[in-house]
Structures are given as structure tokens and as C-alpha cells.
Design a protein around this ligand. Structure first.
Ligand SMILES: Cc1cc2nc3c(=O)[nH]c(=O)nc-3n(C[C@H](O)[C@H](O)[C@H](O)COP(=O)(O)O)c2cc1C
Length: 316
């Protein structure tokens, strides 16, 4: 039983925002203190077999924090100390903070459109955000897949996507990735991937949360609206990673329901170069990246791979 296991019941009784804030404040208190080094020693798995190079970034391991966990870019180094290979922020006015952060892991910045901007002015909105965060991000992600911004997912449509991504490329957004929804029909994913290939985009993130409610979901959560994440979307997200991998050579970031080494490994074998998680961190606690990385090393050894890189797409 870990300290996090003991604290979880109390934490989970709090309203989600309060629980999130509490954990954030703890991590912020540790960041840039001597304790950060102690935490890093405890949680970081150092092994060159875990290193992955993708879209111009050297990731020390393939396990990253998904966008939204550190929305305001407050704790990149505390998350690095928990052994993650990279951090991914949902960005708004975080540019200055990021530029001054000197993060120890590659930091991706997810660009979202504000709810108040109509879709036909989306280009200017993404451009505005990009200009504010460009100095602090190591790579950039166009989020056209969050279900919580009304109408946003319509921007995944071919022409809209091409225009937004092209606009950002023209002003030097590089490396540039796009994050897709698991709710897109196959034909729409194929359209989006054509845009990815036509523009020579640097990667695809699959996937965001879903608005779909599976029959197996029960209890109060089944009736809640908004994006569903975690275990219920794991299979669908992995299937989408595979679908994307079969259709493009662009590197893939696999996201959705990753909470252990087996799940991370499944995404990697189905074509993901690296994975990210959000919900798994909430449920498994601070040891999740360490446990996944240790488990990955065992799985690589079991299957005779010399590195994570060798295992990427092994099941395709
Ligand atoms: C509370 C919450 C906030 C999120 N905020 C963002 C965001 O700002 N931008 C984004 O691209 N994805 C956001 N996501 C989606 C996650 O990055 C991820 O794609 C999704 O949760 C699936 O991964 P998981 O099953 O590991 O949670 C958010 C998810 C959650 C649960």
C-alpha cells in the first residue's frame, strides 16, 4: 500500500477541481526544491532502452502527461521528477511561464480555440495563442478534438483542418501535431490523415476524450455529459492508434486509458512512438510513470526487443 493509496479515498471525496488543485499545490511545493531531487531519484527509471526520438524530440522514456493535467504550465519539472518523459500542457496564457520554466523534459503545448471565437475565425484564434506560447514550447499540438468546446470538432473537417494547420505552419509552428477525436468516423480520420501527409505534419495524437457512452458504463458517470476518459476508452483509443498507423508514416502519440505497462506496450506495438496519460495518473498516483517504465523494460526483454523503438508498430 502506497501513501497515495492511503490518501486516495479522502482525495476522491473532494470535488474533482479541489482534488486536482491539492495535488497540483503539493507538486508545485516540491518543484525546484531539494525534495525534487529526492522525488526524482525515487520515481525516475534511467535506461537507454526507454529513449525514443520522435518529431525532433528526444524523450528519455515514452511515457508523458497528457494535455490538461498541467493546463497552466505550473509544474513541468515536478512532473519530470515523477519520472515522466515529457509534459503536455493545455495552453492559454502560459507562454511567459513556460519560457521561464527551463523544463527538463520536452514540453508540448496544446493549442485550443476559445469557446467564444466562431469557427470561421478559428485561424486567428489559434495563431494568437501560438504567438504567445511559441517561445516556451518544444512542440505544438492543434487540439480540434475537445468535446467541451461546442463545435470545435467540426474543425477536423478536411478544408478547415488544412487551413488552420497551414496557417500555423506558415508562421513557423514546428514541430506541429494534430490531436484527433475517437468519435470521428473512419472516412473522416482518413481525410484528416491526408491533410497530415499533404502538409508534412510532424505527428498525430490519438486520442482525445469521447462523448460516446458505452453500454458497459454504469452508475452516475454513465449519465454525465462531456468527455469520457480512462479505462472505458482504452480499446477504442488503441484501435485508433492502429488505424492511424496503418495509414500514415507520421509518428503517433497514443493516448486514452493508459494506466499500466501492458496498456502502454499495446499502444506502442500498435504503432504509437510514445504514449500519454491523464486519468491513469489520477487513479494510479505518482508512481505510475515509474511502474510503466519498469514494466515496459520487462516486456521488451520478454519479447526480445532491444529498445522501445524496436517495438513500435510490432503488431502492424
Ligand atoms: C479534466 C481533463 C482535462 C483535459 N484537458 C485537455 C486539454 O486542455 N487539451 C487537450 O488536448 N486534451 C485535454 N484532455 C484530454 C486528455 O489529454 C486525454 O487525451 C484524454 O483524457 C484521454 O487520456 P486518458 O484516458 O489517459 O485520460 C483533458 C482530459 C481531462 C480528463
Amino acid at each position: 500500500m502506497t501513501v497515495y493509496d492511503a490518501a486516495k479515498p479522502a482525495l476522491f471525496r473532494l470535488p474533482p477541481e479541489t482534488a486536482h488543485r491539492t495535488v497540483h499545490e503539493l507538486l508545485a511545493a516540491v518543484q525546484d526544491t531539494r525534495l525534487e531531487g529526492v522525488v526524482a531519484d525515487h520515481y525516475t527509471v534511467v535506461d537507454s532502452r526507454l529513449r525514443v526520438d520522435a518529431f525532433g524530440q528526444a524523450f528519455r522514456n515514452p511515457v508523458g502527461v497528457a494535455a490538461g493535467f498541467d493546463k497552466n504550465a505550473e509544474i513541468p519539472n515536478a512532473l519530470a521528477a515523477l519520472g515522466f518523459g515529457f509534459n503536455n500542457d493545455g495552453a492559454d496564457v502560459v507562454g511567459e511561464r513556460l519560457a521561464g520554466a527551463d523544463a527538463r523534459v520536452p514540453v508540448g503545448v496544446n493549442l485550443g480555440k476559445s469557446k467564444s471565437t466562431p469557427n470561421d475565425e478559428a485561424e486567428e484564434d489559434y495563431l494568437y495563442t501560438f504567438e504567445r506560447v511559441r517561445a516556451g514550447g518544444d512542440y505544438f499540438v492543434v487540439n480540434v478534438s475537445s468535446p467541451n468546446t461546442p463545435g470545435l470538432r467540426e474543425l477536423q473537417e478536411r478544408d478547415r483542418l488544412e487551413s488552420i494547420l497551414g496557417t500555423l505552419q506558415d508562421v513557423g509552428a514546428d514541430p506541429l501535431l494534430v490531436k484527433l477525436s475517437p468519435d470521428l468516423p473512419d472516412a473522416a480520420v482518413e481525410d484528416a490523415l491526408e491533410v497530415v501527409d499533404d502538409l508534412g505534419l510532424d505527428g498525430v495524437i490519438a486520442t482525445n476524450t469521447t462523448t460516446d457512452r458505452s453500454d458497459s458504463l454504469y452508475g452516475a458517470a454513465a449519465d454525465e455529459s462531456g468527455g469520457l476518459s480512462g479505462a472505458p476508452i482504452e480499446t477504442e483509443a488503441t484501435d485508433m492508434v492502429r488505424f492511424v498507423a496503418e495509414r500514415t508514416d507520421a509518428p503517433i502519440v497514443g493516448v486514452g486509458g493508459v494506466s499500466d505497462a501492458e496498456g502502454a506496450y499495446r499502444k506502442i506495438r500498435n504503432g504509437a512512438s510514445v504514449v500519454q496519460l491523464y486519468t491513469g495518473l489520477v487513479f494510479e498516483g505518482p508512481g505510475v510513470a515509474r511502474d510503466i517504465n519498469r514494466g515496459l523494460l520487462k516486456l521488451l526483454e520478454r519479447d526480445g526487443f532491444d529498445s522501445v523503438t524496436e517495438a513500435i508498430g510490432a503488431d502492424l
